[in-house]
Design a protein around this ligand. Structure first.
Ligand SMILES: [Fe+2]
Length: 297
Protein backbone atom coordinates (compact mmCIF):
# COMPACT_ATOMS: atom_id res chain seq x y z
CA UNK A 1 0.00 0.00 0.00
CA UNK A 2 1.49 3.32 -1.02
CA UNK A 3 0.85 6.07 1.53
CA UNK A 4 1.66 8.75 -0.95
CA UNK A 5 -0.67 7.62 -3.73
CA UNK A 6 -1.76 10.62 -5.74
CA UNK A 7 0.56 12.89 -3.84
CA UNK A 8 4.12 11.94 -4.46
CA UNK A 9 6.05 8.90 -5.53
CA UNK A 10 7.60 6.67 -2.91
CA UNK A 11 11.13 6.49 -4.23
CA UNK A 12 12.92 4.72 -1.44
CA UNK A 13 11.32 2.28 0.94
CA UNK A 14 8.10 0.38 1.45
CA UNK A 15 5.75 1.91 3.99
CA UNK A 16 4.89 0.05 7.16
CA UNK A 17 1.38 -0.29 8.51
CA UNK A 18 0.34 -0.81 12.09
CA UNK A 19 -1.24 -4.16 12.91
CA UNK A 20 -3.63 -5.56 10.37
CA UNK A 21 -5.44 -2.30 9.61
CA UNK A 22 -6.30 -1.14 6.14
CA UNK A 23 -5.62 2.48 7.01
CA UNK A 24 -2.60 3.83 5.13
CA UNK A 25 0.37 4.89 7.26
CA UNK A 26 0.67 8.55 8.09
CA UNK A 27 4.27 9.30 7.22
CA UNK A 28 5.76 10.19 3.88
CA UNK A 29 8.02 7.24 3.18
CA UNK A 30 9.12 8.83 -0.07
CA UNK A 31 11.51 10.96 1.98
CA UNK A 32 13.20 7.99 3.64
CA UNK A 33 16.62 6.60 2.87
CA UNK A 34 17.24 2.87 2.41
CA UNK A 35 17.70 2.48 6.17
CA UNK A 36 14.33 4.20 6.71
CA UNK A 37 15.82 7.32 8.30
CA UNK A 38 14.92 10.75 7.00
CA UNK A 39 15.77 14.35 7.69
CA UNK A 40 13.52 16.00 10.23
CA UNK A 41 11.61 18.53 8.15
CA UNK A 42 11.48 21.09 10.91
CA UNK A 43 10.22 23.88 8.69
CA UNK A 44 7.09 21.88 7.97
CA UNK A 45 5.73 22.11 11.52
CA UNK A 46 2.89 24.58 11.87
CA UNK A 47 2.11 26.76 14.86
CA UNK A 48 -0.67 24.29 15.67
CA UNK A 49 1.85 21.41 15.62
CA UNK A 50 4.12 23.20 18.08
CA UNK A 51 1.15 24.05 20.24
CA UNK A 52 0.05 20.40 20.35
CA UNK A 53 3.55 19.42 21.48
CA UNK A 54 3.61 22.19 24.10
CA UNK A 55 0.29 21.12 25.58
CA UNK A 56 1.18 17.41 25.58
CA UNK A 57 4.52 18.14 27.23
CA UNK A 58 3.01 20.38 29.92
CA UNK A 59 0.32 17.84 30.79
CA UNK A 60 2.80 14.98 31.14
CA UNK A 61 5.44 17.00 32.99
CA UNK A 62 2.89 17.94 35.66
CA UNK A 63 2.14 14.25 36.25
CA UNK A 64 5.72 12.99 36.59
CA UNK A 65 6.35 13.54 40.33
CA UNK A 66 5.57 10.37 42.22
CA UNK A 67 4.81 8.40 39.05
CA UNK A 68 7.93 8.51 36.83
CA UNK A 69 11.29 7.08 37.85
CA UNK A 70 13.97 9.51 39.02
CA UNK A 71 16.23 8.83 36.03
CA UNK A 72 13.47 9.91 33.68
CA UNK A 73 12.57 13.03 35.66
CA UNK A 74 16.23 14.08 35.78
CA UNK A 75 16.74 13.61 32.05
CA UNK A 76 13.52 14.98 30.58
CA UNK A 77 14.90 18.52 30.56
CA UNK A 78 17.52 17.30 28.06
CA UNK A 79 14.79 17.45 25.44
CA UNK A 80 15.15 21.23 25.46
CA UNK A 81 12.54 23.96 25.46
CA UNK A 82 9.10 22.50 26.19
CA UNK A 83 7.10 24.94 24.08
CA UNK A 84 7.93 23.67 20.60
CA UNK A 85 8.96 20.49 18.80
CA UNK A 86 12.74 20.39 19.25
CA UNK A 87 15.38 19.89 16.59
CA UNK A 88 16.58 16.29 16.70
CA UNK A 89 20.16 17.36 15.96
CA UNK A 90 20.32 19.53 19.09
CA UNK A 91 19.19 16.63 21.28
CA UNK A 92 21.63 14.28 19.59
CA UNK A 93 24.53 16.60 20.44
CA UNK A 94 23.74 16.29 24.13
CA UNK A 95 22.94 12.59 23.88
CA UNK A 96 26.17 11.67 22.11
CA UNK A 97 28.13 13.33 24.90
CA UNK A 98 26.10 11.52 27.58
CA UNK A 99 25.88 7.95 26.30
CA UNK A 100 27.03 7.82 22.67
CA UNK A 101 23.45 7.59 21.34
CA UNK A 102 21.89 9.72 18.60
CA UNK A 103 18.33 10.17 17.52
CA UNK A 104 17.37 9.97 13.86
CA UNK A 105 14.16 10.95 12.09
CA UNK A 106 11.90 8.33 10.52
CA UNK A 107 8.59 8.76 8.65
CA UNK A 108 6.75 6.44 11.05
CA UNK A 109 6.84 2.75 11.88
CA UNK A 110 9.72 0.91 10.27
CA UNK A 111 10.36 -2.81 9.68
CA UNK A 112 11.82 -4.84 12.52
CA UNK A 113 15.19 -5.42 10.86
CA UNK A 114 15.68 -1.73 10.16
CA UNK A 115 14.63 -0.91 13.70
CA UNK A 116 16.99 -3.44 15.28
CA UNK A 117 19.88 -2.30 13.06
CA UNK A 118 19.46 1.30 14.18
CA UNK A 119 19.30 0.38 17.87
CA UNK A 120 22.35 -1.86 17.57
CA UNK A 121 24.21 1.18 16.18
CA UNK A 122 22.98 3.37 19.09
CA UNK A 123 20.65 5.33 16.83
CA UNK A 124 17.09 5.74 18.07
CA UNK A 125 14.42 6.32 15.39
CA UNK A 126 12.00 9.15 16.16
CA UNK A 127 8.86 9.70 14.09
CA UNK A 128 8.97 13.28 12.87
CA UNK A 129 5.26 14.10 12.55
CA UNK A 130 2.91 15.02 15.38
CA UNK A 131 -0.67 13.93 16.00
CA UNK A 132 -3.61 16.09 14.98
CA UNK A 133 -5.29 18.20 17.68
CA UNK A 134 -8.30 15.89 17.72
CA UNK A 135 -5.94 13.02 18.60
CA UNK A 136 -4.63 14.83 21.66
CA UNK A 137 -5.53 12.02 24.06
CA UNK A 138 -4.84 9.05 21.84
CA UNK A 139 -2.99 8.38 18.62
CA UNK A 140 -2.76 4.91 17.10
CA UNK A 141 0.79 5.03 15.76
CA UNK A 142 3.71 6.50 17.70
CA UNK A 143 4.24 10.18 16.87
CA UNK A 144 7.04 12.60 17.68
CA UNK A 145 5.68 13.23 21.16
CA UNK A 146 5.56 9.56 22.10
CA UNK A 147 8.97 8.83 20.61
CA UNK A 148 10.75 11.89 22.01
CA UNK A 149 9.12 12.40 25.37
CA UNK A 150 8.57 8.72 26.08
CA UNK A 151 11.79 7.14 24.85
CA UNK A 152 14.60 9.64 24.61
CA UNK A 153 15.11 10.75 28.25
CA UNK A 154 16.18 7.29 29.42
CA UNK A 155 18.72 7.07 26.61
CA UNK A 156 20.65 9.55 28.77
CA UNK A 157 20.94 6.84 31.46
CA UNK A 158 24.09 4.77 30.79
CA UNK A 159 22.68 1.40 31.88
CA UNK A 160 19.38 1.78 30.08
CA UNK A 161 21.22 3.05 27.02
CA UNK A 162 23.31 -0.14 26.98
CA UNK A 163 20.16 -2.24 27.38
CA UNK A 164 18.62 -0.61 24.32
CA UNK A 165 21.67 -1.30 22.20
CA UNK A 166 21.77 -4.92 23.41
CA UNK A 167 18.10 -5.23 22.54
CA UNK A 168 18.84 -4.13 18.99
CA UNK A 169 21.66 -6.64 18.63
CA UNK A 170 19.42 -9.32 20.12
CA UNK A 171 16.69 -8.39 17.67
CA UNK A 172 18.92 -8.98 14.67
CA UNK A 173 19.71 -12.39 16.06
CA UNK A 174 16.04 -13.10 16.85
CA UNK A 175 15.21 -12.38 13.22
CA UNK A 176 17.48 -15.24 12.20
CA UNK A 177 15.96 -17.49 14.87
CA UNK A 178 12.39 -16.51 13.94
CA UNK A 179 11.84 -15.38 17.51
CA UNK A 180 10.86 -11.76 16.92
CA UNK A 181 7.44 -12.31 18.43
CA UNK A 182 8.98 -13.44 21.72
CA UNK A 183 11.44 -10.58 21.73
CA UNK A 184 8.69 -8.09 20.90
CA UNK A 185 6.99 -9.02 24.18
CA UNK A 186 10.18 -8.15 26.04
CA UNK A 187 10.19 -4.72 24.38
CA UNK A 188 6.51 -4.21 25.08
CA UNK A 189 6.68 -5.10 28.76
CA UNK A 190 9.94 -3.25 29.48
CA UNK A 191 10.75 -0.42 27.07
CA UNK A 192 7.10 0.49 26.50
CA UNK A 193 5.25 -0.52 29.67
CA UNK A 194 7.86 -1.26 32.33
CA UNK A 195 7.63 -0.37 36.02
CA UNK A 196 10.55 -0.17 38.44
CA UNK A 197 10.51 -0.69 42.21
CA UNK A 198 12.16 2.13 44.17
CA UNK A 199 12.44 2.87 47.91
CA UNK A 200 9.69 5.44 47.36
CA UNK A 201 7.37 2.92 45.69
CA UNK A 202 6.65 1.82 42.15
CA UNK A 203 7.54 4.17 39.32
CA UNK A 204 7.14 4.05 35.54
CA UNK A 205 10.03 3.85 33.09
CA UNK A 206 8.18 2.59 29.98
CA UNK A 207 7.65 5.06 27.15
CA UNK A 208 4.08 3.94 26.45
CA UNK A 209 3.21 4.81 30.02
CA UNK A 210 5.23 8.00 30.32
CA UNK A 211 3.76 9.50 27.15
CA UNK A 212 0.16 8.65 28.12
CA UNK A 213 -1.83 10.93 30.41
CA UNK A 214 -4.23 8.16 31.42
CA UNK A 215 -1.92 5.18 31.68
CA UNK A 216 0.70 6.90 33.84
CA UNK A 217 -1.49 7.04 36.98
CA UNK A 218 -3.24 3.78 36.02
CA UNK A 219 -0.01 1.79 35.82
CA UNK A 220 1.40 3.00 39.13
CA UNK A 221 -1.71 3.40 41.27
CA UNK A 222 -4.80 1.65 39.89
CA UNK A 223 -6.03 -1.36 41.84
CA UNK A 224 -7.49 -2.66 38.56
CA UNK A 225 -4.01 -3.57 37.28
CA UNK A 226 -1.62 -6.33 38.39
CA UNK A 227 2.09 -5.80 38.91
CA UNK A 228 4.29 -8.87 38.69
CA UNK A 229 8.01 -9.24 39.37
CA UNK A 230 10.06 -9.31 36.15
CA UNK A 231 10.51 -12.86 34.87
CA UNK A 232 11.95 -13.17 31.38
CA UNK A 233 10.29 -16.42 30.35
CA UNK A 234 6.93 -15.55 31.89
CA UNK A 235 7.02 -12.25 30.07
CA UNK A 236 7.85 -13.84 26.71
CA UNK A 237 4.74 -16.01 27.05
CA UNK A 238 2.47 -13.11 27.93
CA UNK A 239 0.06 -11.73 25.34
CA UNK A 240 -0.68 -8.02 25.39
CA UNK A 241 -3.35 -5.64 24.20
CA UNK A 242 -2.49 -2.63 22.07
CA UNK A 243 -5.88 -0.88 22.28
CA UNK A 244 -6.38 -0.38 26.01
CA UNK A 245 -4.43 0.11 29.23
CA UNK A 246 -2.37 -2.90 30.26
CA UNK A 247 -3.86 -5.19 32.86
CA UNK A 248 -0.48 -6.64 33.90
CA UNK A 249 2.80 -4.79 34.30
CA UNK A 250 6.20 -6.31 35.01
CA UNK A 251 8.36 -4.74 37.69
CA UNK A 252 12.16 -4.60 37.64
CA UNK A 253 14.36 -3.80 40.65
CA UNK A 254 16.88 -1.80 38.65
CA UNK A 255 18.07 -1.16 35.12
CA UNK A 256 21.11 -3.24 36.00
CA UNK A 257 18.82 -6.21 36.74
CA UNK A 258 17.14 -5.72 33.38
CA UNK A 259 20.45 -5.51 31.54
CA UNK A 260 21.88 -8.59 33.27
CA UNK A 261 18.73 -10.69 32.89
CA UNK A 262 18.68 -10.07 29.17
CA UNK A 263 22.42 -10.24 28.51
CA UNK A 264 22.84 -14.04 28.04
CA UNK A 265 22.32 -15.72 24.69
CA UNK A 266 18.57 -16.10 24.19
CA UNK A 267 18.81 -19.21 21.98
CA UNK A 268 18.09 -21.64 24.86
CA UNK A 269 15.57 -19.19 26.33
CA UNK A 270 13.54 -19.16 23.12
CA UNK A 271 13.60 -22.95 23.07
CA UNK A 272 12.37 -23.20 26.65
CA UNK A 273 9.67 -20.59 26.09
CA UNK A 274 8.42 -22.46 23.02
CA UNK A 275 8.34 -25.69 25.01
CA UNK A 276 6.39 -23.99 27.80
CA UNK A 277 3.94 -22.51 25.30
CA UNK A 278 3.46 -25.91 23.65
CA UNK A 279 2.86 -27.47 27.07
CA UNK A 280 0.87 -24.80 28.91
CA UNK A 281 -0.10 -22.22 26.28
CA UNK A 282 0.36 -18.48 26.15
CA UNK A 283 -0.60 -16.33 29.13
CA UNK A 284 -3.57 -14.02 28.70
CA UNK A 285 -3.34 -10.36 29.74
CA UNK A 286 -4.24 -10.02 33.41
CA UNK A 287 -4.03 -13.77 34.11
CA UNK A 288 -3.21 -14.71 37.69
CA UNK A 289 -0.64 -17.43 38.06
CA UNK A 290 0.20 -19.33 41.24
CA UNK A 291 3.34 -18.41 43.11
CA UNK A 292 4.03 -15.10 41.38
CA UNK A 293 5.51 -12.25 43.33
CA UNK A 294 3.08 -9.36 43.04
CA UNK A 295 3.50 -5.76 44.05
CA UNK A 296 0.62 -4.01 45.77
CA UNK A 297 -0.18 -0.31 45.55
FE1 LIG B 1 7.37 3.46 21.69
Amino acid sequence: MNPAAGKSVNRGVAPVTYGQGERPPRGDYGRARADYTCEQDIGRYTAADHDTYRRLYARQLAQLPGLACDEFVAAVQQLGAPHRIPAFDAISERLVRATGWQIVGVPGLIPEEAFFSLLAARRFPVTDWIRRPEEFDYVVEPDVFHDLFGHVPLLFDPTFADYMQAYGAGGLKASRLEACELLARLYWYTVEFGLIATPQGLRAYGAGILSSAGELPHSVRSTAARRVAFDLQRLMRSLYRIDTFQSTYFVIDSFQQLFEATAPDFTPVYREVREAVARDGLIEPGAVRPGEREFSV
